[in-house]
Design a protein around this ligand. Structure first.
Ligand code: ADP
Length: 503
């Protein structure tokens, strides 16, 4: 028997079919647009996602008898919102985490004591990404639409409804709505008041290993699966990311540098940051993740490639080389610390650690001897130093004794070494990048009784490689980090003024 995951990502859905030992049998990925009708909106079409789910399931199950697929286990991007009418038809598109319409609502709430109070009850930082704040925006800007909404859900709940006819939400997805009290595992009345929704509009809550037995006949036909297929609720991609890289013990941190980035540490109990800078999300009994999402990961290096190194990138392409490799080779010619250049990478504003949409990038310490190679290196180092500040915040939740890292940055040996040297700790990098897909499948295998403990995932993760820090480089980076943090603190109050210059 086999199990498939279904991962509902921001721009694509991915399904991977596994056997009970976690071996990949087949995988499929189907994309869809993220609609930016205005500069602040970022929406998906729920029907396009449902079609992507069907397509990926058809692809992974091609050539396999349908009764071989015992169940499907879900994971999903966090913070999405869909309003449904009384017939459970969508009244809105999927409003994603990247939608910024509620920025002013978030800023106002954050400035009030209620903001920190709600954060401390829900674990979701006060930010326009949060459904709590999006609903408040709807209540003020489109009250008629919110009044018509009989149900308030996210994309995972909607897709599971289409498959099974049942509307339920798992604790980890609920935990990322900003409406869920993480101490009593129930909707938080103070948050519902602020968001102007009622408990009756929200789905019943279940654990991440809850199982719905069977599909509707229509969905079974559309998916090409048998009626008795089991649907395992699963969790959010963020909650599953640590499990997926084997960072499931307290004090093991998982760092991602992909397009964006994140730092997450597993803890046994909730931890809330006194300044509301870290999220705290439920994964499974006695498993929580505490950490921060970072806007400015690899996309900043992509900007450098496309804006500052146009000629070099073209030369690389002409020679059938990856321009990133060309840039990192150039950066490697420069010593640690990039001749005193300090780069603050806040090109897209920043979530953790600043939570300031007005934050802007800066390059400090430029002289007439500064080269483009220095800039390339300073950028790689700056992205990592910002991440290090978030890692330091998480150590208040749990002392970090081991670090696992994933994401596109790991293709560069230089960037791997910079991360290791800045953090001054050995870093283990798994060779498989499908971490949250595997983690959802493992929750499914446990829910269906095929494994006893989630830690069975360790045997399934496959090869890993560990990189050791260079003590002299770490010492040097430590000095840079002190100045980097000092500059961050000095610039923070100025970002609003700087941003206002370009409005
Ligand atoms: P996503 O988060 O969208 O899944 P990835 O994890 O693939 O994306 O990360 C993409 C980022 O990885 C790019 O923006 C780039 O900064 C970085 N990257 C990709 N390839 C390389 C490389 N060869 N050298 C250095 N960085 C790279």
């Amino acid at each position: 028997m086999k199990i498939s995951n279904i991962f509902l990502g921001t721009t694509s859905t991915k399904s991977v079919l596994y056997d009970h030992q976690g071996h990949v049998i087949a995988s499929a990925n189907v994309g869809y647009p993220l609609y930016h009708d205005t500069v602040t909106t970022a929406e998906e079409d729920p029907q396009e996602i449902w079609q992507a789910v069907q397509a990926t399931i058809h692809q992974v199950s091609a050539g396999i008898a349908t009764d071989e697929i015992e169940g499907v286990a879900f994971s999903s991007a966090m913070h999405s919102l869909i309003l449904l009418d009384a017939n459970k038809q969508p009244l809105t598109r999927v409003i994603t985490w990247a939608d910024n319409r509620a920025a002013a609502d978030a800023a106002t709430l954050k400035a009030q004591p209620l903001g920190q109070q709600l954060y401390e009850m829900t674990g979701t930082p006060i930010h326009p990404m949060s459904p709590l704040v999006k609903l408040h925006w709807f209540a003020n800007q489109q009250p008629d639409l919110l009044n018509q909404a009989r149900y308030v859900v996210g994309i995972k709940e909607y897709i599971i409804y289409l498959m099974t006819g049942q509307l339920q939400m798992d604790y980890s997805m609920a935990n990322a709505t900003g409406l869920f009290n993480l101490y009593n595992f129930d909707w938080e009345p103070a948050a519902l008041d602020y968001a102007q929704v009622t408990r009756a509009q929200l789905p019943p809550l279940v654990d991440t290993d809850a199982v719905i037995n069977g599909l509707t006949p229509t969905a079974a036909g559309e998916l090409g699966l048998r009626l008795a297929t089991k649907v395992i609720m699963g969790a959010s991609d963020g909650a599953l990311s640590n499990l997926g890289v084997g960072a499931d013990e307290p004090g093991v941190a998982a760092i991602t540098i992909g397009t964006s980035g994140a730092v997450r540490v597993m803890t046994k109990q909730p931890y809330l940051d006194p300044e509301g800078r870290l999220f705290c999300y439920y994964v499974a009994p006695h498993h929580w993740i505490v950490g921060g999402p970072i806007n400015n990961g690899g996309q900043v290096f992509r900007w450098v490639r496309d804006e500052l190194f146009v000629t070099e990138s073209q030369v690389a392409r002409d020679h059938q080389q990856d321009p990133y490799d060309q840039l990192t080779a150039l950066a490697a010619t420069v010593p640690v610390g990039a001749h005193g250049l300090l780069f603050h990478p806040y090109l897209s504003g920043e979530r953790a650690p600043l939570w300031n949409a007005d934050a802007r990038g800066s390059l400090l310490g430029v002289t007439t001897t500064t080269t483009k190679a220095d800039i390339a290196r300073a950028v790689l180092e700056g992205i990592v130093m910002n991440l290090n500040t978030v890692l330091q915040l998480t150590t208040a939740a749990e002392p970090v004794h081991a670090i696992r890292a994933t994401g596109g940055f790991a293709r560069s040996s230089l960037w791997r070494q910079i991360l290791t040297d800045v953090l001054g700790q050995p870093i283990t990098i798994p060779s498989s990048f499908e971490s949250s897909c595997l983690a959802a499948a493992v929750i499914g295998l446990k829910a269906l009784g095929h494994i006893d403990d989630l830690n069975a995932i360790h045997a399934m993760i496959g090869d890993t490689e560990t990189y050791e820090p260079n003590a002299a480089n770490h010492q040097m980076y430590h000095q840079h980090q002190v100045v980097f943090d000092h500059v961050t603190a000095q610039l923070a109050p100025l970002y609003h003024e700087i941003a206002t210059l370009n409005r």
